[in-house]
Design a protein around this ligand. Structure first.
Ligand SMILES: C[S@@+](CC[C@H](N)C(=O)[O-])C[C@H]1O[C@@H](n2cnc3c(N)ncnc32)[C@H](O)[C@@H]1O
Length: 391
C-alpha cells in the first residue's frame, strides 16, 4: 500500500488487525486513497435490476438511446452503452454469470420464497466465483481479506443454490466447496462497500450496488471518522465511475490511524455497538463510545437518528478526536472536552433530511485548504466560512 501511495501505509495493530496510518501530516480534504472494485454486484433482489447499468451501475434513463441489452438474457441485463456491454461480456457478465442469473431469475428458482438478503448474497457468490475464473489474481486478493470460514445454515443453503445454477467445473486451483462459499460470504459481510442510489430527500437512503475495494478494506472503524469516502457513480464520465475516493475530514498528524465509519455516524450508541458486534465481530472502544457508554437512555435518544438502509461500511471515525479538532481547517476550536462529537455533528454531518452523510473539505489547492465542504451522500457543497459567519 505504501509503495504507490506515500500518504498512508498498512500496519498491524493489536486487537484491530491490519490498519492504515498516515505517513506524514495530512491536510483537511487530502485524498489518501483511490480504489477500484474487484467485485461489483447489484443490491437488488432478483429478478429486479433497477434502472442501472448491469456493469458500471450508472443510472440509465428510460429513453436512453445508448442503452443496449445482453444478447443472451436480453432486457434482464441492460448496459448503459455498447462499450460497457462489450467490457461486461468479457468480465462481469460472462456466459457463466448470464446463465447463473437467468436460472436464479426463473420461475422455479431455488431462491423463490427466500429473503431478499439471500438473493443479494447469491448475486455476490455468482460474481465472486466468476472472478475466480476471469481473474484468479483478484480472487486470491478477495480471499486475503478479513473474514473466516463459518459454515452455518445460510452458507449451506447458498452453496446448494450456487451448485444448482452454476457450471463450476473450471475453478481449477480454488476448488468449489461449502467452506469456500462460507469464506466468501464472510469476506463480503466484513468488507463490502455500498454504492448509494441517487439522493432523494423524500426517500430513505438505499444501496444500488455493493463492491469489494481491496485497499479500502483495510480501513478500520471509528464512530467519529477522521476520513470519509466519496463515489461519483453517475457523474464520472469515464470507466472508473465506480472508483471510491477517501479524503481526510480534518488535519491529522503523521502516524495517526485513519478510520472510516462503517455506517452513518448518527446512529445511537446501542445500535452502533450491536451492528459492530453482529456484523463485524468486535466491541467498539472508541472515544465516542467510551463517553456515550455512561449516558442515560434519554441522553442517547436525544442524539437522534435517521432511518437507514443497511449499506455496509458506508460512512466514516478518530481515536483522538479532541486533539485533532482543536485547530481545524476552518479555524473553529473545540469547546467541550467531554463531547467532541457534538462539535463533529455540527461541523461534519450533513443537515439535509434523510441524508445522514459526512462532510469533508474539497482537496486543498496549492497546499491551501478548501473552505468548501462536500457531503459524501447527497453531494451538497457548502462553504464553511459562511457557516462560521452564521454561528
Ligand atoms: C474491513 S476489515 C478492516 C481491516 C481489518 N482490520 C484487517 O485486518 O483486514 C473489518 C474488520 O476489522 C476489524 N476492526 C475494524 N475496526 C475495528 C475497531 N475499531 N476495533 C477493533 N477491530 C476493528 C474487525 O475485525 C472488523 O471485522
Amino acid at each position: 500500500m505504501s509503495d504507490d501511495n506515500a500518504l498512508i501505509k498498512m500496519v498491524e495493530i493489536e486487537n484491530r488487525g491490519r490498519a492504515l496510518v498516515s505517513c506524514r501530516p495530512l491536510k483537511a480534504g487530502e485524498i489518501v486513497l483511490k480504489d477500484s472494485p474487484i467485485v461489483l454486484y447489484s443490491a437488488f433482489p432478483l429478478p429486479a435490476a433497477g434502472n442501472y447499468c448491469s456493469h458500471c451501475f450508472r443510472t440509465i434513463s428510460s429513453n436512453s438511446p445508448a442503452a443496449v441489452s445482453c444478447p443472451h438474457c436480453a432486457t434482464a441485463s441492460l448496459f448503459c452503452s455498447s462499450e460497457c456491454q462489450s467490457v461486461a461480456l468479457a468480465t462481469s457478465h460472462t456466459p457463466f454469470v448470464c446463465q447463473a442469473l437467468t436460472r436464479l431469475r426463473a420461475a422455479d428458482s431455488p431462491l423463490h420464497h427466500h429473503h431478499h438478503d439471500r438473493h443479494v448474497q447469491a448475486r455476490f457468490l455468482v460474481a465472486a466465483y466468476n472472478l475466480a475464473m476471469v481473474s484468479p489474481f483478484h480472487f486470491q486478493t478477495l480471499l486475503s481479506l478479513q473474514g473466516e470460514v463459518f459454515v452455518d445454515d445460510a452458507a449451506v443453503f447458498l452453496h446448494s443454490v450456487i451448485s444448482s445454477v452454476c457450471p463450476l467445473s473450471n475453478l481449477g486451483q480454488f476448488g468449489f466447496s461449502v467452506e469456500l462459499t462460507s469464506a466468501l460470504l464472510a469476506k463480503d459481510k466484513l468488507n463490502a462497500f455500498g454504492l448509494m442510489e441517487p439522493f432523494d430527500q423524500d426517500k430513505e437512503r438505499s444501496v444500488r450496488a455493493y463492491g469489494i475495494y481491496p485497499r479500502a478494506s483495510f480501513f478500520n472503524h471509528d464512530c467519529l471518522p477522521n476520513a470519509c469516502r466519496f463515489d461519483y457513480v453517475d457523474s464520472a464520465s469515464d470507466f472508473s465511475n465506480t472508483d471510491i475516493v477517501v479524503r481526510v475530514i480534518h488535519d491529522l498528524p503523521a502516524g495517526r490511524e485513519i478510520c472510516l465509519s462503517y455506517f452513518p455516524v448518527n446512529l445511537k450508541y446501542s445500535e452502533r455497538q450491536q451492528r459492530l458486534k453482529e456484523d463485524y465481530g468486535f466491541t467498539c472502544g472508541c472515544d465516542r463510545c467510551n463517553v456515550e457508554a455512561n449516558w442515560s437512555d434519554n441522553e442517547e435518544e436525544g442524539e437522534g437518528e435517521i432511518g437507514q438502509e443497511d449499506e455496509d461500511m458506508d460512512e466514516d471515525a478518530d481515536d483522538n478526536m479532541g486533539a485533532d479538532l482543536e485547530a481545524t481547517e476552518c479555524g473553529m476550536s473545540k469547546e467541550n472536552d467531554d463531547f467532541p462529537h457534538a462539535y463533529f455533528f455540527m461541523r461534519y454531518m450533513c443537515s439535509r433530511d434523510n441524508c445522514g452523510g459526512t462532510l469533508a473539505p474539497l482537496p486543498p489547492v496549492d497546499a491551501r485548504p478548501s473552505t468548501i465542504m462536500e457531503c459524501n451522500v447527497c453531494g451538497n457543497l457548502s462553504n464553511c466560512e459562511e457557516m462560521d459567519g452564521n454561528e
